[in-house]
Design a protein around this ligand. Structure first.
Ligand code: VAH
Length: 319
């Protein structure tokens, strides 16, 4: 059985469905902090779980004979800068309790997401390599860098088969933005469809590595289904989809909504974005488990504008 922690988050709300489709609904238990998340999971069992409640987590793993854990709960970059010590504690303590359970119960596999946030101001920004100086300067990035090293430690010392991907900014239409620095790229579509002007919290030429959610789901499933011996990186794999600036994203949407307008009002998140790469070299993932993305910016925009209204009925601005 597969336990998904943080199943109602941006990644979880899409990955959980794919896991249920791949393994069978009765094989997946979705968990999240809030009871109201239950309504999202009509396709598999749902349990309320605070990942910091180690006893509840342990009894779920034991009683349900869990064999895989997808640990997707974390405080993201922007929110993390507002509550540094809380973010560090939640991101690290939760990972360590999952890794300890994996060791103790000899789980088959564990998945834990990392991020391009592990790179910092001293990291080369163009085609950032798999192995390179990191020195992240956000709490979120520090927790992801430390977490990667713990994953590698538990693999090397205890043989725990934990696998990880350094996601770029993820963009999907099935959940609202959740405290990430890249979440302007989610919110912009909602504004375009609502006929509202978009205020962007990053400057127009801020290039960031990004990925459309279907590609992130595909990468995660392919990584987790790959034979163990093909996984050469046990910290976390670089993963690339596309890179674009807010201006390029705006232009891509404008092709569909000619009247769409944008203004740029950079805030504290600009410093976070400035510390991250512009583009990522993911040749190691391509070599080890045959990774390649399907979507580019215009294909993503077309797909989101077509599908978003089904998930978030458009509240047309009162004329
Ligand atoms: C964040 N969406 O902004 C996440 C992601 C690369 C960005 O890690 O915090």
């Amino acid at each position: 059985k597969i336990l998904v922690i943080g199943a109602a988050g941006q990644l979880g709300s899409e990955l959980t469905k794919s896991l249920a489709e791949l393994h069978g609904q009765e094989q997946v238990i979705a968990t999240d902090l809030n009871e109201q998340a239950r309504s999202k999971f009509d396709f598999c069992r749902f349990e309320v779980l605070d990942v910091m409640n180690q006893e509840k987590l342990k009894s779920l793993v034991k009683d349900e004979k869990i064999t895989q854990i997808y640990h997707l709960a974390a405080v993201l970059s922007a929110t993390g800068e507002q509550k540094p010590l809380f973010a560090w504690k939640l991101n690290m303590d939760s990972l360590l309790s999952v890794l300890e359970l994996a060791r103790e119960f000899k789980l088959n596999k564990v998945y834990w997401p990392s991020s391009i946030a592990v790179f910092g101001p001293n990291t080369p920004k163009i085609k950032t390599p798999q192995f390179v100086v990191k020195e992240p300067n956000t709490v979120y990035g520090i927790s992801k860098q430390a977490g990667e090293q713990w994953c590698q430690y538990y693999f090397e010392k205890y043989g725990v088969d934990v696998r990880s991907l350094r996601y770029p900014g993820l963009i999907g239409y099935k959940s609202l933005p959740g405290g990430g620095t890249t979440d302007y790229a989610v919110d912009i579509y909602h504004k375009a469809l609502a006929g509202e002007k978009f205020t962007c919290f990053l400057k127009e030429d801020s290039s960031l590595p990004m990925m459309y959610m279907p590609d992130a789901i595909k990468a995660t499933i392919e990584l987790m289904e790959a034979p163990k011996e093909s996984i050469k990186v046990r910290s976390s794999y670089n993963l690339a989809g596309m890179s674009f600036t807010p201006k390029e994203l705006f232009e891509s949407i404008k092709k569909h909504h000619p009247d769409f307008e944008i203004e740029y009002q950079p805030d504290f998140r600009q410093q976070i974005a400035d510390s991250w790469p512009d583009s990522i070299d993911d040749s190691q993932a391509r070599a080890d488990w045959n990774w390649s993305p399907d979507y580019d910016l215009d294909q993503m925009t077309t797909d989101i504008l077509r599908n978003l209204p089904e998930y978030f009925p458009i509240k047309k601005e009162k004329v």
